[in-house]
Design a binder for this molecule. Structure first.
Ligand SMILES: Cc1ncc(COP(=O)(O)O)c(C=O)c1O
Length: 460
């Protein structure tokens, strides 16, 4: 028995939404004639809309976020108890859940030591950029201020995060951008920039070295990368890539800032994506899965070395990190994050993610054998993508309206999947799957069965 609202008439809500809500990343013209879809309730892996229709959620809240699933009473209780004790105090002072969660988080991140709280992935990334810039000023006379970012990666929605974003369709028209952000090539082997080579991962990483040498190593302070690119096409790093990136960064004294906003808190089957590839970061940012969307929380985690650079000279009033985040002082975030982490641990969700991730990949490989429109399948853990192509030989991307038709067909079947969306011109052609870490074998099969049916109907 589920407890969803089935029969309530929510037509007034639909009207209020149509008349007054400006939805994220949405062209609203069609809503003049088509009802906006309102999601009313969620339980486990499923959500119900205003018409009472049940959907299996294959994308964790549409945005890789609800890692532990919907309707977790223990998280709601933890938040409620904390709010009644203390809802907020500026994080210039401490709070009980912030201290407790920081300690627990650092236990999961050997080599890291300090947690800086914020309220969104974009904000956490901005703070990392500010730290890099301040280090450039205090240590390198302002010179080592350039920050490298990678084609196809996304780091958030603010102007500076967009300046570090490798997705043209997200940044177009929002310039002028923040100076000092320099692109490096992507590492998607399926769309190799060097033809068919045996050492693609190393070659892609060495492109970073070329950029550092071109810009001047004494001007490059950091590189910001997603461990696995998410919205830019679900890109698993090719073999040899991360080892080479690490060597290059050590060689030229370039800090590694990893954006774990999607990968963090279990998505790939490890606590953090970077731990899958043995990377040693200097700064790590995280948001979505930290509290699974039960509260807004983001963290920027640094090494003790980075932290120490901001307290070396107490006589200099400008030498510490002069940054603040009002909602980084909300206590609901760390209270929810503590319980979220306990659930992942006690329910063995990392193991489940590995197991169900293998099933998801195997199912997708099966679909690739059946449907010629699937050109490539990529992923790790419960983080997968299937790139659709019009022609397997030329790898010409499938037309966007057809990709959208596949997603719409799945929705009609009661399964929510995603796709790369206003990311790269001509390449909004990758289906994205990221079910909650609690997914069962039946859930995984239901998701891939829906994709199977949709591909047959749309592409024949
Ligand atoms: C990799 C990555 N970094 C940063 C962000 C920005 O996070 P937020 O939307 O919380 O600002 C996103 C959002 O999708 C993301 O996918």
């Amino acid at each position: 028995m589920d407890t969803a609202l089935h029969a309530n008439d929510l037509s007034d809500v639909v009207e209020a939404d149509r008349n007054h809500v400006w939805h994220h990343l949405t062209q609203h013209k069609p809503h003049e004639t088509i009802d906006p879809r309102i999601i009313v309730e969620g339980k486990g892996m499923r959500v119900w809309d205003a018409k009472g229709k049940e959907h299996l959620d294959g994308v964790s809240g549409g945005l890789w976020t609800v890692n532990v699933g919907y309707g977790r009473e223990s998280i709601a209780n933890a938040i409620r108890d904390q709010l009644m004790t203390l809802n907020f105090f500026s994080n210039t002072l401490g709070s009980v859940p912030a201290a407790r969660f920081a300690e627990r988080l650092i236990e999961k991140m050997p080599g890291m030591s300090r947690v800086y709280y914020a309220n969104s992935g974009s904000e956490a990334n901005e703070k990392a950029f500010k730290m890099v810039r301040q280090i450039a000023h205090t240590r390198y006379g302002g010179r080592k201020n350039k920050i490298l970012y990678r084609d196809r990666d996304y780091h958030g929605t603010t102007i500076t995060a967009l300046s570090a974003g490798g997705q043209e369709e997200r940044s177009a028209h929002y310039g002028p951008y923040t100076p000092g952000f320099i692109p490096v090539p992507h590492c998607l082997e399926y769309r190799s920039q060097f033809g068919d080579v045996g050492d693609y991962g190393v070659r892609a990483a060495l492109e970073i070295e070329k950029v550092i040498l071109r810009e001047g190593p004494d001007t490059v302070g950091a590189i910001c990368l997603e461990p696995m690119t998410a919205g830019g096409g679900v890109i698993t790093p090719p073999e040899g890539y991360w080892e080479t990136v690490q060597e290059i960064c050590t060689k030229y004294d370039v800090l590694i800032h990893l954006d774990e906003v999607v990968c963090g808190l279990g998505r790939t089957g490890a606590w953090f994506g970077y731990q899958q590839w043995g990377i040693k970061p200097d700064l790590v940012t995280m948001a979505k899965g930290v509290a699974s969307g039960y509260a807004a929380i983001a963290c920027l985690v640094t090494t003790e070395d980075v932290f120490n650079m901001f307290k070396e000279d107490p006589s200099d009033k400008l030498s510490y990190f002069r940054d603040i985040s009002t909602f980084g002082g909300c206590t609901a975030g760390p209270a929810a994050a503590l319980e979220n982490m306990r659930i992942i641990e006690d329910e063995g969700l990392l193991d489940n993610t590995c197991l169900m991730g293998d099933r998801l990949m195997a199912n997708l490989q099966g679909l690739k054998e059946k449907h010629r429109v699937i050109g490539d399948v990529r992923g790790k853990g419960l983080f997968a993508g299937a790139e659709l192509v019009a022609d397997r030989t030329t790898k010409e991307p499938a037309e966007e309206p057809k990709v959208l038709a596949v997603i719409a067909d799945c929705m009609a079947q009661g399964v929510i999947i995603g796709g790369t969306n206003r990311a790269l011109p001509g390449f909004n052609n990758t289906l994205c799957l990221s079910p909650a870490l609690i997914a069962t074998a039946d859930d995984i099969d239901q998701i891939t069965d829906a994709v199977d049916g949709a591909l047959t109907r749309v592409f024949g």
